[in-house]
Design a protein around this ligand. Structure first.
Ligand code: SF4
Ligand code: SF4
Length: 421
């Protein structure tokens, strides 16, 4: 649990809850409210429940009330839309910690989840084995499609895994003159889920950063703890994040690198909270056309995007990942960047700012709700008539992919842009 929560008094928490003026602006932003139409599944309703929990303790909450709290995805869309600045997520973290002995942390999937956080995600060897396992399951399901699915949402993994060497420097050939400039050097972590199920995104990220003039150092890394924390295992997640950050001070042949870049919205949002002397940025921030930070000029980059101008226009839609959009407040960056691509026709997505239902392991813990939310997102995507979807988080990629027909393609915006280089 974050320090801010443990350190605030009961009165301060009640004050935070009372900051809610019940205006309801958060309701259309909340995926669980949109799915169920039930006030208990809304941010406003949950604030009442958290107040009951603070006043009466977890025993006073009935199963239905606990269910409403468990149903929250932690997407933070309610915070973005709240005119009163209610710090909902901190209160939710508190509530989840308080009722940690309830259903949410018991049972088969809770055990699977905890084992995965503690032993699998921090271990690259086990992650590679799990990828092979997922591939085997995909092969079995495609041969015997009538078999019952172990999990509703299984990534397709239809890519060739290209191992990225770690503890290695990938210098930019466009910018060798500045190899001694720490502002042009970045630490890039492979993390866990992105490398396991969408490894091509990492290959494309290094390619794009190098083309933009950044030198990229790839350390041997493990999970940063984001998944554990986003799934309610706050203590474990925060411990993993601390260990992760302590390993990140890099001094390569006298060159001290001071910026970590992430291409997974969830990881970036999480490690930013622990940033010490190191700066943590999401790759989208380096590509902000209004605040261009790459060594290679924006005009040069734009010129490469023009290269395929002769091609037929491709209809594309973009789903902003909640951890980019709401948690990090990075809004409109990819949309502006993509609008520079002449061969792309960016189609507006209805309810774009609403979560897709992925949220860490939510789709394992709450498969029915995740499925409902995923179907709504897929329907909105289909209404754009674009069959190409871009989104910058591995969880969103697999959730959206799983809910769309086979002829749709879901890609990270970095992979899309890397094709122009
Ligand atoms: S938008 Fe904020 S103030 Fe309004 S109901 Fe939601 S939480 Fe309360
Ligand atoms: S975090 Fe997301 S799911 Fe939870 S109450 Fe807020 S908008 Fe709804």
């Amino acid at each position: 649990m974050s320090d801010a929560i443990t350190e605030t008094s009961i009165e301060a928490k009640i004050d935070q809850i009372n900051a809610c003026v019940h205006c309801g602006y958060c309701l259309p932003a909340c995926p669980t409210y949109l799915s169920t139409g039930n006030e208990g599944n809304s941010p406003r309703g949950r604030l009442y429940l958290i107040r009951d929990l603070i006043k009466g303790g977890v025993e006073d909450l009935g199963d239905t009330a606990r269910g409403y709290l468990d149903n929250c995805l932690g997407c933070q869309a309610c915070e973005t839309s709240c005119p009163s600045g209610v710090e909902y997520i901190k209160l939710l973290e508190y509530a989840r910690e308080e009722r940690s002995q309830t259903h949410y942390n018991k049972g088969f999937w809770a055990l699977v989840r905890r084992t995965a956080f503690q032993y699998f995600l921090p271990n690259r060897f086990l992650l590679n084995i799990s990828r092979l396992g997922l591939r085997a399951m995909n092969a079995i399901y495609s041969t015997f499609p009538f078999l019952p699915k172990l999990v509703k949402i299984q990534p397709k993994l239809d890519f060739e895994y290209k191992q990225i060497e770690t503890d290695r420097f990938y210098p930019s050939l466009s910018n060798l003159d500045n190899i001694d400039n720490p502002d042009h050097c970045l630490i890039f972590n492979l993390g866990c889920v992105m490398d396991t199920i969408y490894n091509q995104v990492h290959v494309d990220t290094i390619k794009l950063l190098n083309a933009l003039g950044f030198h990229v150092y790839v350390p041997d890394s493990a999970c940063c703890g984001a998944l554990a924390s986003h799934s309610g295992e706050f203590e474990l997640g925060h411990k993993q994040r601390q260990e992760f950050m302590e390993k990140q001070v890099y001094n390569i042949d006298g060159l001290k690198i001071n910026t970590i870049v992430s291409n997974s919205a969830g990881c970036g949002a999480f490690i930013k909270d622990e940033a010490n002397e190191l700066k943590v940025v999401d790759i989208a921030e380096l590509l902000d056309v209004d605040n261009w930070q790459a060594p290679v000029s924006l005009d040069e980059f734009k010129a490469s995007l023009m290269a395929k101008d002769d091609e037929a226009k491709l209809d594309v839609t973009y789903h902003p990942a909640c951890h980019l959009n709401h948690a990090q407040g990075i809004q409109g960056v990819y949309e502006k960047l993509l609008s520079l691509v002449p061969s792309l026709n960016l189609k507006a997505l209805y309810e774009a700012d609403v979560c897709c239902g992925s949220a860490g392991f939510y789709n394992l813990i709450k498969p029915d709700m995740a499925d409902d939310i995923g179907k709504r997102k897929a329907e909105n995507i289909q209404n754009t008539e674009a069959k190409f979807v871009l989104t910058a988080n591995p969880g969103c990629m697999s959730q959206i992919e799983a809910h769309l027909p086979e002829d749709y393609k879901v890609e990270h915006p970095i992979s899309f842009l890397a094709k122009f280089l």
